[in-house]
Design a binder for this molecule. Sequence first.
Ligand SMILES: Cc1cc2nc3c(=O)[nH]c(=O)nc-3n(C[C@H](O)[C@H](O)[C@H](O)COP(=O)(O)OP(=O)(O)OC[C@H]3O[C@@H](n4cnc5c(N)ncnc54)[C@H](O)[C@@H]3O)c2cc1C
Length: 458
Amino acid sequence: MVKGSFIKKLKKLLGEEGISTNIEDLLCYSFDATQKEYMPQVAAFPQDTHQVQEILQLAWEEEVPVIPRGAGSGFTGGSLPVKGGMVVSTERFDRILEIDERNLTALVEPGVVTAKLQQAVESLGLFYPPDPASMEFCTIGGNVAENAGGPRAVKYGVTRDYILSIEAVLMGGEVITTGRKVVKDVVGYDLTRLLVGSEGTLAFFTKILLRLLPLPPATGTLLALFSSREQAGEALAAVIHSRILPTAMEFVDRGALEAVRKYAGIEIDPQAQAVLLIEVDGDKDTVPLLLRRIAEVCELVGGTTQVARDRTEAQELWQARRAISPSLVHVAPTKINEDIVVPRSQLPQALARIETLEDKYSLPIICFGHAGDGNIHVNIMTDKGNPEKWSKAQEAVKEVFAITVELGGTLSGEHGVGITKAPYLSMELSSQVMELFKGIKGSFDPKNLLNPGKMGLE
Ligand SMILES: Cc1cc2nc3c(=O)[nH]c(=O)nc-3n(C[C@H](O)[C@H](O)[C@H](O)COP(=O)(O)OP(=O)(O)OC[C@H]3O[C@@H](n4cnc5c(N)ncnc54)[C@H](O)[C@@H]3O)c2cc1C
């Protein structure tokens, strides 16, 4: 419970503009992309490390839960104040502090919007590869806390692969810095990697040092259309086997194609039952050769291909992929979006087994996603207001996870655990591993005040 005296002290630290207890404001911090709602008692808007230190020390002394929050676009409830308390938003803590062209690094505050950073570095001929579909609004702090990924993960990896150093404040107000501005660093435990993906439960990030790459000079895009899901799966395996590593290789199934045709008005060959959208990058001479080789491989398994002639055509091809999420809203009142990952070689089997669940549970199950790295978004289309459909959907989710784990996969490749995946953790993690997690949480935050109630840690 947050006392009036706490609010007064907070106001003294951050000023009138630095906090809010207005119900209208608090509502904005009560939900994320899970559509679940929990009200905080106060929202705080620090602008620098010192302010974060002061408010975390105060919260520690008065035992008030602290919930770090970026843009609130998370899919597993990570930024929700499930136990009430103080939401600490990074919306005013959002400067790009340095782009170091000699060391290929960028130093940023946690509230920097991902796309803004990408534009800033690209204007200098540099490249920050992680590209979550939410990049126009999500923050680097949120990306680090969730270890976000995107289509380019096939070739370039995920957020974790680009974090060199983190400055963070612990509950209690102590500041720590993990890592350094160096390419190699093997001194002690790798706390940087531990903090990445910690979902706001261990420390509050205040500065993040990112690794950059040179911007590839050219990119090329190809759409491959197939008459079945299996054929697309075969093509995917064949491309990987042909020793070509695309930048992105996105899979779209029949259900998603139908939704895009019907609700986004995008024309896609009606014969196509599944498509792969493939992007490659490299120097100007290599890109056309790679595209030709990929087209040959896809055609060999029975697909037809279409290569974008320029940037505009490439954007048109990507438009169909981007239209999927908004189109699915019309398919059913509630969408449960799971982001499972299986070893790439198991993808055709995973897709085939998940397809059988549509009949078993009489619910549409639509699959699309970053298949090039084995990450598939399985969307179980249901209706929260219909108890029978809702309970069937819950059973279907459990079975999707069971199939995933049986095939050597993991319950989440992007969205993390938060509150929504916590009930299923024991399907993947042993009790010993969970005890280690709880020990780590206890040594960072012994009073369990930082983002409590998440990741199955209680
Ligand atoms: C339309 C849409 C598309 C999406 N596409 C993708 C995708 O392609 N790939 C993907 O990985 N995700 C995707 N997401 C999920 C989401 O955008 C990511 O998880 C993103 O990283 C969350 O960033 P955020 O700024 O919104 O963080 P929030 O949702 O506000 O918070 C997420 C977590 O980060 C913690 N956190 C935030 N800031 C800090 C900080 N400074 N210090 C410590 N912890 C902090 C919070 O406590 C919380 O646990 C998508 C979401 C939407 C709505």
